[in-house]
Structure formats: C-alpha cells, structure tokens
Design a protein around this ligand. Sequence first.
Ligand SMILES: Nc1ncnc2c1ncn2[C@@H]1O[C@H](COP(=O)(O)OP(=O)(O)OP(=O)(O)O)[C@@H](O)[C@H]1O
Ligand SMILES: [Mg+2]
Length: 238
Amino acid sequence: MTAITIKNLVVSRGDSKVLQSISFEVQPGSVYALLGGNGAGKSTSLLTLLGFLKPDSGSVTVLGHDVTKDIAKIRHTIAYLPEAATLYPHLNAYENLSYFLELAGNKKTRAELDTALDEVGLQVDARARHMDNYSKGMRQKVAIALSILRETPVLLLDEPTSGLDPVAIDEFNALVRKLSGQGKTILMVTHDVYGACQVADRIGLLRRGELVGSFDAQAGARIDTEIVHAAFAERAAA
Ligand SMILES: Nc1ncnc2c1ncn2[C@@H]1O[C@H](COP(=O)(O)OP(=O)(O)OP(=O)(O)O)[C@@H](O)[C@H]1O
Ligand SMILES: [Mg+2]
C-alpha cells in the first residue's frame, strides 16, 4: 500500500483552480519533496491532505483512508508543520511543546522533549527561556521538534527549512533522512532546490497547479541539483 495517493486532484480557492488535476504517490518510509515557486499550490496540496480544503474532484488517500470520509483517522496518522507555525511567545520551548502535545493527547517527559530538541539542534541554554526572544530559526527548530514528537507515521512539512541557516539546514536534512530510515513517510513542500535534492527520494515539480516533472534518487545517490534547478528555472520561465 502506498502511504499517500493523490489522483487527478482538482482544488479551487475562490474563483481559481489552484490544483489542476495533479497525481502522485508517496511510498511508505520515503521522502517526497513537492517543489515549486511561490503560488504554485504547494501549501494548498498539504491543506487538502489534512481535510482543510475540499477537492472539486479526484481522490486523496493517506494510509488507505479517504480524506473525504475518514478525516479523523487521517489526522491521527499525520503530524503537520504549517508554513508559519505559531508558538506562544510567553512560554518557553518545553512549555510550548508540552502544551501542544497535550492538546494532541500525547504526553511526554522532559527527557523526551530534550531528546527531540537535541535532534533539531536547539541550544540547551535557550530551552527554558520564553520564546519571544528566540530567532526565527530557533522557533522553527521547536516547531520541527513538535512535529517529530507527535510520533505519527506520516509527516507533512511546509517549508520546514525556511529561516534556518545552512548548518541548521544540514542538520535538518540529516534528521529527515534518519526519520525516513526509521520508516516514517515524509512529504515536504519547498522552493529550495538544493534542500529538496539533499533529502528527497523523489521530487515532484509543481508549476501553477500542475505537476510538470518528477525526479528520482538512484540507488546510493541523491538527486542531481543542477538537473532539477535547470528544470525548475526552465519551467518557471516557460
Ligand atoms: N485563502 C485563499 N483564497 C483564495 N486563493 C488563495 C488562498 N490562499 C492561496 N490562494 C491562491 O492559491 C494559489 C496557490 O497558493 P499556495 O499557498 O498553495 O501556494 P504555495 O505554492 O504554497 O506558495 P508559497 O511558496 O508562496 O507558499 C495562489 O495563486 C494563491 O493566490
Ligand atoms: Mg506555501
């Protein structure tokens, strides 16, 4: 069974068709990067997978569940990192994580929170400080930690590396590969060609709501950045 199956999906927002009959599959334990420019429809795709937007036509299934019928089941299997994750500035990292995990019915010990914060590389001395004096990258690390701590089989990540510096991006990429190695299915959307090539087993190129190309990692090698960049630039100019 595929982890995520999107078939002939059409989604409108307002008067415009934002997704124009896109189809792709994500295999269990793999990393799929949906790559596209601003306004291509990346976030719309994730919102449809979460049941927040209704398809005009086509189908969306997650681990065999149909998004229009079994949304409660689907939401238990998915952790979602939104494009602009909002955490409470007057709470510290531990308090934010505990609060949102409890809302999701998922209590964790301080040691478990520290393990996740270690994995995303948030400095130890910042963890008990209110998040209102965090940098954007530090806030993003806590948001990523939260999605890992949900311990769901599927992760949907919207621009996860936005705001991270190159070292933090490398750490994030290594973490994504590790999670995939543990069997998690990861669908991330990004406009970062380099980052997508570093982590993805497959890249789908989205342009104005249409899937116009796909690229696969070959055994033992990552996807070639130059090839994808050229396709991205060419398609964007077309
Ligand atoms: N709430 C909305 N109502 C109507 N149209 C919307 C709404 N949100 C987004 N759109 C339109 O849908 C299209 C796709 O938007 P979407 O947010 O999915 O793009 P994206 O690929 O995530 O872009 P970005 O890289 O900027 O995050 C855009 O043309 C946008 O104008
Ligand atoms: Mg977006």
